[in-house]
Design a protein around this ligand. Structure first.
Ligand code: CMP
Length: 139
């Protein structure tokens, strides 16, 4: 079934000007960018987006990193988009990421790992609504 997922191209990638290279991996991999905007996250927004991680030791580091430069938030659409996107991103830790994945190709560390993707269909809906109005999604 056709799904939508929320993707974020993170500050380490916008800084290195590789957002197009990352989109190429997604597009060649069968996903379509149906919503996209470049934004500067505030501390409040990043903190709220990553609320589920608030008790983790890396939470403050994560929020600081995600607000350190612009990000590109995206809605990706395609067959099994949530799982497909996670496949194309590769493992969170770039040292464990498979060949050809975004994180294997471009991530710098477990924190500065170039991309975020929703981990379930339920979270995808919530995360898409966090950043996008329905009118900003154009399949
Ligand atoms: P993401 O998919 O954006 O969701 C939570 C993020 O926390 C994750 O990607 C990583 O970038 C980050 N993260 C996970 N583990 C660590 C860690 N040990 N140190 C720093 N950041 C981490």
């Amino acid at each position: 079934t056709v799904e939508r997922t929320l993707s974020i191209i993170k500050p380490d990638a916008t800084r290195r000007n590789i957002t197009g290279k990352i989109n190429t991996v997604f597009e060649v991999g069968g996903l379509r960018v149906v919503g996209q905007k470049r934004i500067q996250l505030t501390t409040k927004q990043a903190g709220a987006f990553y609320e589920v991680h608030k008790d983790r030791p890396f939470y403050n580091e994560l929020v600081t990193f995600m607000t350190s430069a612009p990000v590109v938030v995206q809605v990706l659409e395609g067959e099994n988009a949530v799982a497909r996107h996670r496949e194309l991103m590769g493992a969170t830790n770039p040292e464990e990421a498979a060949e050809g994945t975004v994180r294997k190709l471009y991530a710098q560390s477990i924190g500065e790992n170039s991309v975020h993707g929703s981990d379930s269909l339920e979270n995808a809906e919530r995360e898409i609504a966090f950043f996008f109005a329905e009118t900003e999604i154009l399949p």
